[in-house]
Design a protein around this ligand. Structure first.
Ligand SMILES: C[S@@+](CC[C@H](N)C(=O)[O-])C[C@H]1O[C@@H](n2cnc3c(N)ncnc32)[C@H](O)[C@@H]1O
Length: 406
């Protein structure tokens, strides 16, 4: 029977990579998961909806939705709450179907049927949650959606592969260890108690801050990277930790000015809309708070970095021993490079990628009125760390035109 237990992670991945956009709710009606196809189709309309009920989801989608994702007569989630004892009534055993039209920001008009299924715990027979499958009947830009979905899957798989090797390789590289130390030192300041780590990944900065007793919130949208992070926090004061597995582009659950410090180490570059994520990072930072971020510079040379990394592993006698992990990193390096190059060169050619680099980040923070701005090279001059202090105002101006995201 053990293959069944081992298969649960694979089954979860199967749903995540399903072609049908899919949302999963727990028995209380809280949205707990959004699969890759749904993230791609709805982009920032769905960002930040996890952790909330169907009302919040509908409020968010309403400006772009005719009809509803939930059939008013039969939806367990939207109109009726689960029965107190969790036992499904006969009429609740059939899927409920709602038809609607969604105006996707990227793919135009989408005619959909939203099919809601109740999940039943076989052991107890109780209602354990619901799955909402979105059947796409028509989509204006079908080929565009399909191409984007293939790209999204490839990107998600990149982080799965990265997660498997990240901590075996990256901390061994002097240029990475140096920049982790730089972010940690800046956030370790006695005046900084509450910290947001955006795109925290396996938590190489966050874990050290937690060990110091800091109050840390991490946000990352890769489950695999966060699983590695979770495996590292045993014995740490986790009562001061909050983990948000979601995109950093919208953080509706976090109030303005909540943090004394925000650290973003090599994460903005990977986002669909780094300007939106920067706006959120600035919004949740207190006036007078510190932001530190490292990103690739305009002239980013992945080959130079890969050669230096291999040499560092060789010098430490780790190349043979960690050969498999190193080959995995090598296999994803061209994909990472493509993501960086897309941000550097696609502005004006694509409405979906914003021009982004360490240099544009510096310019944007200057525009936002940050003071004490510094720009320090890292990664052999291929990246740079920008740090600064948020001005004593809370309003964040809207991003410049042409920074459209999903
Ligand atoms: C290169 S890793 C850096 C991880 C960590 N900060 C470090 O330096 O070790 C980039 C991380 O950003 C995360 N990321 C990418 N896009 C994101 C988004 N839109 N929202 C939140 N996290 C994101 C990835 O999942 C990944 O874990």
């Amino acid at each position: 029977m053990s293959f069944l237990a081992n298969g649960s992670e694979l089954a979860r991945k199967g749903a995540f990579f399903s072609r049908a956009p899919m949302l999963t709710f727990d028995r209380t009606g809280t949205l707990i998961d959004v699969n890759a196809a749904c993230r791609e189709l709805m982009g920032k309309d769905i960002a930040g909806c996890r952790g909330y009920g169907p009302d919040v989801l509908m409020d968010r989608l309403r400006p772009r939705l005719d009809g509803s994702l939930f059939d008013g007569a039969t939806s367990r989630l939207y109109r009726r709450r689960p029965t107190a004892n969790g036992i499904l009534r006969t009429d609740e055993l059939s899927p409920s179907v709602a038809t609607c039209r969604y105006r996707s920001r990227r793919f135009g008009d989408v005619a959909m049927r939203a099919v809601e299924l109740s999940c039943v715990e076989t052991e107890t027979g109780r209602h354990s949650g619901s799955v909402l499958n979105l059947f796409i009947d028509e989509i204006a830009d079908g080929p565009g959606y399909e191409a984007a979905l293939l790209k999204r899957w490839r990107h998600e798989m990149m982080w799965d592969v990265y997660a498997a090797s990240y901590d075996q390789i990256l901390p061994q590289l002097p240029f990475y260890a140096e920049v982790v130390e730089r972010h940690y030192r800046r956030m370790a300041d006695a005046g900084i108690a509450k910290i947001l780590d955006v795109g925290a990944g396996t938590g190489n900065v966050a874990v050290r801050l937690l060990s110091d007793g800091k109050d840390v919130t991490v946000v990352d949208n890769s489950r695999s990277m966060l699983e590695k992070f979770h495996a590292k926090i045993d014995g740490l004061p986790v009562s001061k930790l909050a983990v948000i597995e979601d995109t950093a582009e919208q953080l509706p659950h976090i109030a303005d000015g909540s943090f004394d410090g925000v650290t973003v180490l090599l994460a903005f570059f990977d986002m669909d809309d780094p300007y939106l994520a920067l706006n959120e990072a600035v919004r949740v930072l207190k006036p007078g708070g510190t932001l530190i971020a490292t990103d690739p510079k305009q002239q980013f040379d992945v080959d130079e970095l890969m050669r230096a990394a291999e040499q560092a592993l060789r010098d430490k006698g780790l190349l043979a021993q960690r050969g498999e992990a190193w080959r995995r990193i090598q296999s994803v390096a061209p994909i990472v490079d493509q993501v960086i190059q897309d941000h550097h060169h696609e502005n004006g050619r694509s409405e979906h990628r914003a021009d982004w680099s360490a240099e544009t980040l510096l310019a944007r923070l200057a525009e936002l009125g940050f003071s004490d701005l510094s720009f320090t090279d890292s990664h052999l001059g291929n990246c740079a760390t920008i740090a600064g202090i948020k001005p004593g105002q809370t309003a964040v101006p809207v991003p410049p035109a042409g920074t459209a995201g999903r």
